[in-house]
Design a protein around this ligand. Structure first.
Ligand SMILES: [Zn+2]
Length: 543
């Protein structure tokens, strides 16, 4: 009885996963199915989202337990270690907390120090994990701080900004009537992200960066900047370090600074909307000492491999990734455990279930299952992997990332935003078709979502990459399903992101199966996918 039940449910999931192949016998005989099963996915998800795992916090016991669990499960499944004899890759993280009380930093405009307060008017911290820096530094306004050859735009105009403090605007140049499509039109390009601005300033040897906050340009209020700026921040040690000072000033503070220096902020901002803008050295300085507390936290990425079967192609790799960390234990009263069942217990568990399936039917290229650390602290584990790859980047065909999966139910569509930047887009459409699915219509990326997930660390390193999102066109009871999905907004990054045993995980299995099918299509393809011509990430890759 039991065996029969198991067989029939397996057959049902086979048909769900491969409706077209099942109908086409000749193809079906060629394609050995790698079927993602619900049972292991559900079991892993229930356990790692339980209070026993304490929210998988960075630098916390629950995080250590998670790494141990993923390592042990990789052994149980029969995956090969991804880092020599080890499943672990060390991710050395610096915890950095600004110490404004012990610091003497001042903004001086026209010879007069501004009366400004840390937190209320400006926030900063070292971007290079160094505890003390001394400044006596000129201040230069560099507009958007963008240098983009393909947009024929360069805010720096060749000016040497070594050792300078750069003040700049967030976002990217806005579309105009003449140029409605510049910098992606209304969508945010990577040049608009503050991470890019810090990186560009670092490449140019600047001493520091202060970003001018406005509610409209940042899409969140100053209180968000203030909370983030006064809390401990995490950054990688020894890789991808930033400038000596990174931070934000409120719009009011910017006004004081510019008018104190005899300049008009609004006029300069208007000038910065034009491509003939040149940097403006303000009659202003940053002086004094910046102090911060620095501590080191050792975390791990977990990497496990299903070797490829083709004698040549097995040296090339497809990476599936999911961040294992969440927010851990916080506070002292009420529910102190941020379980992160959806974010990202779902992706973590899905990868284990996918790896088990992949082993049953290996592909021509090798496949790596990579659980990255410290995503919630700023994509740190994936950034470390890109800086110190376990497999040559030029032999890495693609990265497919999973973060916060569908816990509502099966859909008719699948979201593949960002795949259109590379040949992965066309491959995804074919895989979807084979599964009887459609690709969800792309919505403009107004808030730069493509730049905020772990796949972006790989994309920056030149690897075609995107995160497979869930669908929205629910098959069963669509109105109720939509409500259920929408209600997650209230649990996002809260202690209430908990596992519910009544969840219909068929949509999660479907999303994992789609991801695995796409990864296997890439792994079996004669050629590795390429970027579409003219994508600005082609330029970022070289640096
Ligand atoms: Zn999160």
């Amino acid at each position: 009885m039991k065996t029969n039940l198991l067989l029939s449910s397996l057959a049902a999931s086979l048909i769900l996963a491969f409706p077209v192949q099942a109908a086409d016998k000749t193809k079906a005989s060629k394609t050995v199915a790698a079927v993602v099963e619900e049972a292991p996915l559900r079991a892993h998800l229930a356990l790692i989202s339980s209070d026993l795992f304490e929210g998988r916090g960075t630098g916390q016991r629950g995080g250590d337990l998670t790494v141990q669990y993923l390592e042990s499960q990789s052994q149980v499944i029969g995956l090969k270690p991804g880092n020599g004899n080890s499943y672990r890759q060390l991710v050395k993280i610096a915890g950095v907390k600004a110490q404004p009380q012990q610091s003497s930093l001042q903004l001086v405009a026209g010879g007069n120090p501004l009366a400004i307060e840390f937190g209320k008017d400006w926030v900063w911290a070292p971007g290079d994990a160094v505890a003390s820096h001394q400044f006596d530094t000129d201040i230069v306004f560099v507009g958007y701080g963008i240098s983009a050859a393909e947009e024929k735009w360069d805010d720096y105009k060749g000016q040497d900004v070594t050792g300078k403090l750069l003040v700049m605007m967030v976002n990217d140049p806005q579309p105009t009537a003449q140029e409605p499509n510049r910098f992606g039109g209304k969508a945010l390009t990577y040049y608009g992200r503050w991470t890019y601005k810090y990186e560009e300033a670092k490449r140019r040897g600047a001493a520091g960066v202060l970003l001018i906050h406005t509610d409209a340009s940042a899409s969140y209020g100053w209180s968000v900047v203030q909370n983030g700026g006064t809390a401990e921040k995490f950054q990688l040690q020894g890789a991808a370090l930033g400038t000596a000072l990174q931070g934000w000033i409120s719009e009011d503070t910017a006004r004081k600074l510019f008018s104190g220096a005899g300049q008009d902020l609004d006029q300069l901002r208007a000038a910065a909307e034009r491509s003939d803008f040149k940097p403006v050295t303000l009659s202003a300085k940053l002086t004094g000492e910046e102090k911060a507390d620095i501590r080191t936290v050792e975390q791990y990425n977990v990497a496990a491999v299903v070797p490829g079967t083709d004698p040549k192609l097995k040296d090339e790799l497809v990476i599936y990734s999911a961040h294992w960390d969440h927010l851990g234990k916080q506070g002292t009263s009420g529910d102190t455990i941020y379980n992160g069942a959806v974010d990202n217990g779902s992706g973590t568990a899905a990868l284990l279930a996918m790896a088990k399936a992949a082993l049953q039917a290996p592909a021509k290229r090798s496949q790596m299952f990579l659980w990255v650390a410290a995503e919630e602290q700023g994509l740190l584990g994936s950034a470390l992997y890109a800086a110190q790859p376990l497999w040559p980047l030029e032999k890495t065909a693609a990265n497919l990332n999973l973060d916060s999966l569908n816990f509502v139910g099966v859909t008719r569509d699948m979201s593949t935003r960002g795949s259109e930047r590379t040949e992965l887009g066309d491959m995804a459409a074919k895989v979807a078709k084979n599964m009887g699915l459609v690709i969800a219509p792309a919505e403009p990326d107004l808030s730069g979502g493509y730049f905020r997930s772990d796949h972006f660390s790989f994309a920056k390193a030149g690897i075609p990459a995107f995160s497979v999102g869930g669908g929205k066109d629910y098959v069963k009871d669509p109105e109720a399903a939509k409500e259920k999905a929408k209600a997650y907004g209230k649990r996002y990054h809260q202690a209430s992101d908990e596992f519910d045993p009544t969840w219909d995980l068929s949509g999660m299995v479907q999303q994992a199966q789609f991801t695995l099918n796409l990864g296997r299509a890439v792994a079996d393809s004669p050629k590795m996918p390429a970027w579409k011509a003219g994508d600005p990430l082609g330029k970022l890759r070289a640096k």
